[in-house]
Design a protein around this ligand. Sequence first.
Ligand code: ASP
Ligand code: MG
Length: 328
Amino acid sequence: MSIIVQKYGGSSVENKEKLEIICNKIITEKEKNNHVVVIVSAQGKTTNSLIEKAKEYTCNESNIDKKDLDFLLATGEMQTASLLSLMLNSKGYNSVCLTGSQAGIITDSNFGNAKILDIVSDNILSHLKENRIVIITGFQGIDILGNITTLGRGGSDLSAVAIACALNSDKCEIFSDIDGIYSADPKIIANSKLLDEISYDEMLEASSAGAKVLHNRSVNMAKEYNLKIVSKCTFTDAKGSKVQKGVKEDFDIHFITKKDDISKICIVGPMMLSNRDAISKIFKIASEENIEIYMISFSELAINIVVDTSKSKYFMQKLHETLIEKGE
Ligand code: ASP
Ligand code: MG
């Protein structure tokens, strides 16, 4: 029996009607005598609402305890997994829902952006052996102290790819409300083309540059394990787009994308180009504060850094503190 690994994103699991459609897709695979493992996101905008709620209940937004927040955010995916499993069981299909922890997803303790260290798949395998459909919460794991962690926004793709790799599956199907991977965001470019396939490296560039199709860390992991990702639509029968090892040599342009919500910070001083101390401090702060640097450029009098808008004010404060206040 082969193991089918499918992931359904937030907009695909939004309500009961959509979950019914997913049930039917799962049942179709099960009826073909396959093992089925399904990774789910939180319903619709649940994660955003939980973040807002956390802010509402704390007096200082910038000081939210990351461990407590992960505990809260993990409940979004748990609701979906539970509802889907309830539906399948009530239809007479033997199903079980597992948290990240129960699925053996071991992470580091970097709350809010944890890295997967290992997947101990014994529990998943024993349920499959009992012929159960296994529904797993995406986006979360557990650290070695038993704390619940989350993998970063959009992290369910990563959960799905990691589980597919751990189960030695030959592909991971990622379902969303679009037909697959387009040459550009169809919401911006009406004439964008649906791609039949794209290489890991190109997809990685595109995801890191802001394309909202697949999480960049999931593409990176798939590349490492040579696992094929198929990006498909939950609601149509379109065959979707494959992300896999590039084999063709061509000069075609495949993808154009842009990153939303980024800000540029400019640090000015004399001889910036050779100011190694400042440069190393900038990277140190970014790494300690978990801030991704999308682009950095140097000139004689300035260092320009591109980061997420949501983090730019905080990063600026930290840079000011270290480079200017402490340097006085
Ligand atoms: N629910 C999480 C988020 O909204 C994870 C995911 O959907 O992949 O970021
Ligand atoms: Mg997603």
